[in-house]
Design a protein around this ligand. Sequence first.
Ligand code: C5P
Length: 260
Amino acid sequence: MNNGLPRPVTAVIIVAAGSGERLGYGLPKAAVPLGGEPILMHALRGVVASGVSSQVCVVLPAEAEDLHQLCEEFRQELADGGPLLTLVVGGSTRADSVRAGIAALMDGVEAVLVHDAARALTPEYVFHRVVDSLAAGAVAVIPGVPVVDTVKTVARTTGADTAIAPEVVTGTAPREELRSVQTPQGFRLSTLLQAHEAASGFDEKQSAAVTDDAMLVELLGVRVHAVHGSTQSLKITTPLDLIIAEGLLEGPLGIRWVEG
Ligand code: C5P
């Protein structure tokens, strides 16, 4: 697994403070049950099992007593020598939640992986690939998988065209150059801090356009590397994703056989 290079002191921030409205459960997404326990607990166990971090900082929704309680119980389960588990409350945007996590990092952390709780089934090898890339000198590294669909840009139709269709195609992106990007996204702490400091001055429209941390680092003009992720690392967003995740956990093949 390890590329043999000394790894930086690493923390993982798990952002779990989203509302999860698209799942339609009336619960924060991190609290929605998957295979009998909340989505967050799968993500948290996966991060700890990967063994990549000295600290795991979980960013929770403000009103989620049950999740706080489960994380506290998990903290007690962790064997001596496990990572430090820190719990903080998130903000109204994902970037605010990441900043809340950064503010709670312990002294001595050199690298940070930001991971979505919604990617509850991310295989351990993805964490290792990201940390190995940081150890090899990357300042920012993200996992991604090739895109299977052809991706086109569109614009809304206007005038008489609206009677034909709501949108018109404006271009086709070259598929071999596209990646569906996932988490954990890894950064040298100093770079992630700089990126989020720059973003704190964004207006509402600019903030809404920021969909991952790597994008903020790209805006700094810093080189972002990409490693191969995993299709198993799906982001549970819609009811269909939940069905797929349940299938991965309970299906006849068993999750450990899912690769790629
Ligand atoms: O909303 P979306 O699915 O893009 O969220 C991605 C991740 O960011 C989720 O794990 C969610 O819990 C987290 N998030 C957060 N704070 C927010 C919004 C999203 O921690 N305000």
